[in-house]
Design a protein around this ligand. Structure first.
Ligand SMILES: C[S@@+](CC[C@H](N)C(=O)[O-])C[C@H]1O[C@@H](n2cnc3c(N)ncnc32)[C@H](O)[C@@H]1O
Length: 266
């Protein structure tokens, strides 16, 4: 795959892409939570920010294939809990249909039936009397018509109770069930943030891989990320052997890091 990495404002670059030329969009826009990006000012008034979201989302709708999927990752801050829902409402007023809501779980503790407690993922403690730790972000699955078929078992998991395989006809004899909408995906462990993740708001490669699998088009998927950051989605496209990837990033430094990351893989 030869990825196309474009420098610039996605509002200006997206119109250069052909209509219906992308099968899948996986992206995470700025969060409007005052995050310190290098070039983007993340402190706009909420209504202005939502208007801006409507503008790029309209372009994404134009370039997305009718059977395409748009996976939109948005997180919140404990003091700003409505943010993901405000973005979602802005994008579904006239543009997209919400087909699925996924929860990207970054850290979790489960109690097994034998009473054992297992904790997994990265738990970032906060110092607050009001708020509990925020251990998840949303991944909204948006489509043009709400009726796009998915490969539900593409990101599936084995049955815990194997007797279900023969008991239920829909399994087709396969030991694989739909994973559901709670995706536990921890951040990759890193030694040095500056060297290995020099960006304040990345998502893990595995999150994008899961979206590619569930979209179900395999290597033929044409993937677009209009807010590329340091190129996580491009790395996922490479690992999944996709034939086409397009990424757009405003900040030259982040784009340079994305290029370096890809060069180490190729
Ligand atoms: C939440 S980050 C995405 C991080 C990315 N998912 C990763 O893992 O590296 C949002 C990115 O959008 C970029 N950005 C902000 N405004 C933009 C615009 N108008 N066009 C393109 N990129 C923009 C920011 O510089 C930032 O890197």
């Amino acid at each position: 795959m030869k990825p196309t990495l474009l420098h610039g404002d996605c509002l200006k670059v997206l119109p250069s892409l052909e209509a219906e030329s992308q099968d899948l969009v996986v992206t995470s826009p700025p969060y409007n939570l005052g995050i310190a990006y290098r070039s983007f000012d993340d402190t706009a008034k909420r209504e202005d920010f939502l208007d801006w979201c409507r503008q790029w989302a309209a372009e994404l709708k134009r370039v997305l294939h009718p059977q395409g999927s748009f996976f939109l990752n948005v997180g919140a801050a404990p003091s700003n809990p409505l943010f993901p829902h405000q973005v979602l409402l802005a994008l579904t007023e006239e543009l997209f249909v919400l087909q699925n809501t996924f929860h990207w779980i970054k850290s979790i503790t489960v109690q097994t039936r034998s009473g054992e407690s297992i904790s997994a993922g990265h738990f970032k403690p906060i110092n607050s009397k009001r708020y509990v730790n925020d251990c998840h972000e949303y991944v909204f699955h948006l489509t043009k018509n709400g009726n796009v078929p998915l490969d539900r078992r593409g990101a599936g998991v084995p049955y815990q109770d194997k007797s279900n395989i023969s008991r239920w006809g829909h399994t087709g004899g396969q030991d694989l069930r739909c994973r559901g909408n709670a995706w536990f995906i921890p951040y990759e462990t890193i030694q040095s943030r500056d060297k290995e993740r020099p960006h304040p708001a990345t998502f893990p490669v595995a999150l994008v891989e899961q979206c590619i699998r569930i979209h179900g088009q395999g290597e033929d998927t044409r993937l677009l990320d209009p807010f590329l950051g340091i190129g996580t989605s491009a790395v996922a496209a490479h690992r999944m052997n996709l034939n086409a990837f397009t990424g757009i990033e405003l900040d030259e430094h982040y784009l340079a890091v994305a290029r370096e990351r890809l060069e180490t893989l190729i």
